[in-house]
Design a protein around this ligand. Structure first.
Ligand code: SF4
Length: 208
């Protein structure tokens, strides 16, 4: 489901080995926090944003975005800036409870200037995410934005075609939808906001 690291990428192999050895969330967070597998990101980030496990109980679903932004890099927490505030609002409107969700990103360090993460960075960080999914085992995943959607569904994914229905990926129901930053960019009357809310509402119905 996720991009496999190129064979020659020793850093990706090392991340995957270290992540696989973590026996629980706390061990994985402790191992990921000092990660320097991506030199440019490690030199410019403030925090490795490992992600949030559910605040309550086991993960009923996971929300997975692309990478931390400036607010997330400052605080070390995922989805706490404007995108996170809109996501929280749309989750409430859809009838979903963030406390029951794992909140993660494909890449754990903020790319400079919020550029798109590069393929080797995604490949290296995939070891952490794969292990997070094994440990938390959410039955449902909401892939927010194209980077996250392609991580699960493959590089040829077209978001507009993939969204609106679950995809079986290794026994999990993966819903691909818009990233809240697209909903902000296109405004309150734009298609991404309506599409994101519609998809979250479908996810909520699937969990009942
Ligand atoms: S993006 Fe991921 S793999 Fe790269 S340095 Fe940060 S935590 Fe490590």
């Amino acid at each position: 489901m996720a991009p496999r690291p190129p064979r020659f990428d020793a850093a990706a192999d090392e991340v995957a080995r270290t992540a696989a050895a973590a026996q629980d969330w706390a061990a994985l967070a402790a191992a990921a926090t000092p990660c320097v597998a991506c030199p440019e990101l490690a030199a410019t980030r403030q925090h490795v944003v490992v992600g949030d496990p559910p605040a309550r109980g086991r993960a009923r679903f996971a929300l997975i975005g692309e990478a931390p932004g400036a607010n997330e890099d400052d605080t070390g927490r995922p989805f706490v800036g404007k995108s996170g505030q809109l996501l929280d609002q749309l989750l409430r409107e859809a009838g979903l409870d963030r406390a029951e969700a794992a909140v993660l990103n494909i890449v754990k360090c903020r790319p400079p200037g919020n550029r798109t993460p590069r393929t080797p960075e995604v490949a290296r960080c995939s070891g952490w995410l794969r292990r997070q999914l094994e440990l938390l085992d959410p039955p449902v995943v909401v892939a927010l934005g194209l980077s996250s959607a392609t991580w699960f569904l493959g590089p040829r994914t077209v978001l507009a075609e993939a969204r609106g229905r679950p995809h079986d990926v290794g026994g999990r129901a993966v819903w691909a939808t818009y990233h809240p930053s697209a909903a902000i960019r296109f405004g309150p009357a734009g298609a991404p906001r309506a599409g994101l809310l519609a998809d979250l509402t479908s996810v909520a119905a699937s969990l009942r």
